[in-house]
Ligand binder design. Structure first.
Ligand SMILES: [Zn+2]
Length: 456
């Protein structure tokens, strides 16, 4: 069994049950688990990483993304649009998705995530154009397996087209039967419930305004049958709230509750427009929220009541959200944005340590993982090293933990180890030619935009 010793970091942040942080020390990895953690004399190992001047911490966990959107970043025409008009314009371009577009966009997003400290990510692919292959999620799974990231793909879906009162055009929706059949296929083919699983599938009808209530109920039944988790967008915008009140006579969370969509196996992206009673309900049912600060600012959606939710005991994590509303998959940047945004509104500000907890343990809890997001014996060997010798951290060593959230530095890791394998070594992502991927992504992006006949 291969062993890796990480020795002498400036600070080790464990996120263990005591939230121990200690200077210097060492961490020994054996196979795909953390074997032991200590200070003083260190054991020997097959590979030794000298982490002098670096901060060692658990890999970050991203709980909301739409990787295909890396192909439509900062499109002119929707750069300054809020959610509904932004979606209506982009559906046309996303309607040109192909298998290759999904594969390459996943490589782009995963590379950005890995280089910025993410070791476990979710993705929400919800758009299956009528003309495209029906096996698009398989392509992002291929990309994850190749690159070595721990992956929680969610089977997204849209079943309510414009002709029946939904927001998306009919050309990008599927029937309930197609969606359920493919959900079963993906779970049976890929979902691995084992404790150190590298791949777990969840079910994710897109939003109250793009799927039928029936599909939400059927997804709940399927989740119960296969013991997989449920995910969707909720309480993201005032437009969505109005849509739910007009169409269902209920606010978004009440609508979700009426469909069986509250519980510790459910997590919602955003959770902005929630009142005190709804926050209590989330806390009582341990329903999770993935906070997406950058996207919420970009689309002017609002400021989620994060401090209030944390204080009420709502499970909270961090998501970069799709790259058409963040334009970046940088997790370190997202942690920083999450800390800063709430200082504009809330009396109770978020600290660097709270944000880091949301970005590690918080994400692990929301994805139902008991052994990631922490450094302790027996946990998964998912760790990152951030080198504080970067110029952006000069003068910041009085509090190394805070420095990785407050300062921008390179917002890039020097090392990333996932499942006991070195994925980023000395700042370089192993095994992928990022220049080639970037060129191909640009070509595919141009093609999709021109095929959609949209002059954005
Ligand atoms: Zn989203």
């Amino acid at each position: 069994m291969k062993s890796i010793l990480i020795k002498n970091p400036l600070l080790t942040i464990t996120m263990n049950s005591e939230y121990d942080n200690f200077e210097s020390g060492w961490v020994l990895i054996k196979g795909n688990k953390i074997d032991s953690v200590g200070t003083g004399k260190h054991p020997d190992a097959d590979m030794i990483i000298d982490a002098k001047g670096m901060v060692l911490l658990p890999g970050l966990v991203n709980t909301h993304h739409h990787m295909f959107q890396t192909l439509t970043r900062n499109l002119p025409g929707v750069q300054d649009a809020p959610l509904f008009p932004w979606l209506e314009a982009l559906y046309e371009v996303w309607g040109e998705l192909t298998e290759e577009a999904v594969f390459v966009s996943a490589q782009v997003a995963m590379a950005e995530l890995l280089l910025s400290g993410c070791t476990t990510t979710s993705d929400h692919l919800y758009l299956f154009p009528a003309a495209a292959s029906k096996h698009l999620i398989d392509k992002e799974i291929d990309a994850a397996l190749e690159i070595g990231i721990r992956f929680h793909p969610t089977r997204g879906s849209m079943s309510l087209g414009r002709s029946t009162g939904g927001l998306p055009p009919d050309s990008v929706i599927q029937t309930e039967e197609e969606i359920i059949d493919d959900s079963i296929r993906l779970i049976e083919k890929y979902h691995d419930p084992e404790p150190l699983s590298m791949l777990r599938v969840a079910l994710a009808p897109c939003s109250p305004f793009s799927v039928t209530a029936d599909l939400m109920k059927k997804s709940r039944e399927l989740a119960d049958k296969y013991h997989v988790r449920l995910h969707t967008h909720l309480a993201e915008s005032v437009d969505e709230e109005k849509y739910c009140l007009d169409n269902f006579g209920q606010r978004p969370l009440d609508f979700a509750e009426s469909l069986g969509w509250l519980g510790d196996d459910v997590w919602f992206a955003h959770g902005i427009h929630l009142n005190d009673k709804e926050i209590e309900k989330l806390s009582a049912t341990k329903t999770g929220i993935s906070h997406c600060a950058t996207s919420n600012m970009r689309l002017g959606s609002g400021i989620a009541p994060v401090a209030k939710m944390l204080d009420a005991g709502v499970p909270l994590s961090i998501g970069v959200d799709g790259s058409a509303s963040n334009d970046s998959s940088n997790m370190l940047n997202e942690l920083r944005q999450s800390m800063l945004l709430h200082r504009l509104k809330d009396d109770r500000w978020l600290s660097a340590a709270e944000v880091l907890r949301m970005g590690t343990l918080g994400g692990a809890e929301i994805l139902g993982r008991k052994n990631i997001g922490m450094i302790k014996p027996g946990a998964a060997a998912d760790v990152i090293l951030i080198d504080l010798s970067d110029i952006g951290y000069a003068g910041a060593k009085s509090d190394p933990l805070a420095s990785i959230i407050f300062c921008t530095g390179a917002q890039r890791v020097s090392w990333s180890i996932i499942n006991g394998k070195v994925i980023v070594e000395n700042g370089e992502l192993k095994g992928l030619n990022l220049k080639e991927i970037s060129v191909r992504a640009d070509e595919i992006s141009r093609d999709m935009i021109s095929r959609s006949n949209k002059i954005m």
